[in-house]
Design a protein around this ligand. Structure first.
Ligand code: NAD
Length: 271
């Protein structure tokens, strides 16, 4: 049986280690026969990402620090020069200073706010601009161009989640960017969506104060009474990148065991 991403090429940004949501997505894309290209943030990550790529039998790993326009442009030029036609791009990147994820939001500094927006939000715009021409091109078989750009967000964009703070504001801007990008790129048949994942223990998540309590609380209140499995997020990313997702753009799709629908739980009865 044909796999869901057979014949498609995907660029996946945001693998730092095997706990990264982008790594789960890369695994699922490889399982579905996509030709995957990974990026790494800097020399410190290069070896780890190359080792993971080798395990996954991914043959191309390229540098891309999204705060450096030159690196984003160099990535796109390299792909263009080697004749790569992209069908999917996954953006699994975010960053905020640890202190801004552990004290009152009102204490956020101007520079901390700007940093979170730059890395976690503007990078999606920069990546979209750089990669859209590679998706819009006709493929080698002459099929019409188009593609899918998917990013990762969290419920803290629309609800106050303790300690998520500046990242919640960044995710609100990210989700708005998804809608504006979807409107801009739709005429080129490029779809732009976000997956709102439930809490998963990753390196970034550990930077949020009391993250283990977020996990515990999430599992208790979610309709499915459990946390989110990264493989569930990855399978939704497969769907969005596949032809099955062809009518879906500008959306935030929740993959969080249903946690986002809940209001508040009543305290346990004492009688
Ligand atoms: P992670 O730490 O594994 O991934 C974050 C990635 O961002 C890393 O690969 C890091 O190298 C990259 N990054 C940071 N600054 C960068 C830069 N300047 N240039 C290039 N790359 C840079 O953590 P994760 O939890 O897998 O995060 C992936 C995405 O998922 C993030 O957008 C995060 O907000 C989102 N998300 C995570 C959770 C969760 O609970 N873990 C829930 C919902 C959404």
């Amino acid at each position: 049986m044909a796999q869901m991403l057979e014949g498609k090429t995907a660029l996946i940004l945001g693998v730092a280690n095997r706990w990264s949501l982008a790594y789960a997505i890369a695994r699922a894309f490889v399982r579905e026969d996509a030709n995957v290209i990974l990026t790494y943030q800097g020399d410190r990550q290069k070896q780890t990402v190359e080792e993971l790529a080798a395990e996954l039998k991914v043959h191309q790993v390229l540098p891309c620090d999204v705060t450096q326009d030159a690196q984003v442009d160099a990535l796109a030029s390299r792909l263009k020069d080697q004749g790569t036609v992209l069908n999917a791009v996954v953006h699994g990147i975010a960053f905020a200073n640890r202190e801004d994820l552990s004290r009152a939001f009102v204490e956020t500094s101007r520079s901390g706010f700007a940093l979170a927006q730059d890395v976690s939000v503007y990078s999606l715009v920069a990546v979209a601009r750089a990669t859209a021409p590679l998706m819009a091109a006709r493929d080698h078989n002459g099929n019409p161009g188009g593609g899918s750009l998917t990013t990762l967000t969290y419920l803290g964009s629309t609800r106050v989640v303790e300690n998520y703070n500046v990242m919640g504001v960044a995710k609100a801007a990210l989700e708005a960017s998804v809608r504006y990008l979807a409107a801009d790129l739709g005429p080129s048949n490029i779809r732009v969506n976000a997956i709102s994942a439930g809490a998963v223990k990753t390196t970034s998540a550990r930077g949020i104060r009391d993250f283990s309590k977020m996990l515990e609380g999430g599992a208790k209140m979610a309709p499915l009474r459990r946390n989110t499995d990264p493989a569930e997020v990855a399978d939704t990313a497969v769907f969005l990148a596949s032809d099955l997702g062809r009518g879906v753009t500008g959306n935030v799709i929740y993959v969080d065991a249903g946690a986002h629908i809940m209001g508040f739980a009543l305290p346990a009865s004492t009688s």
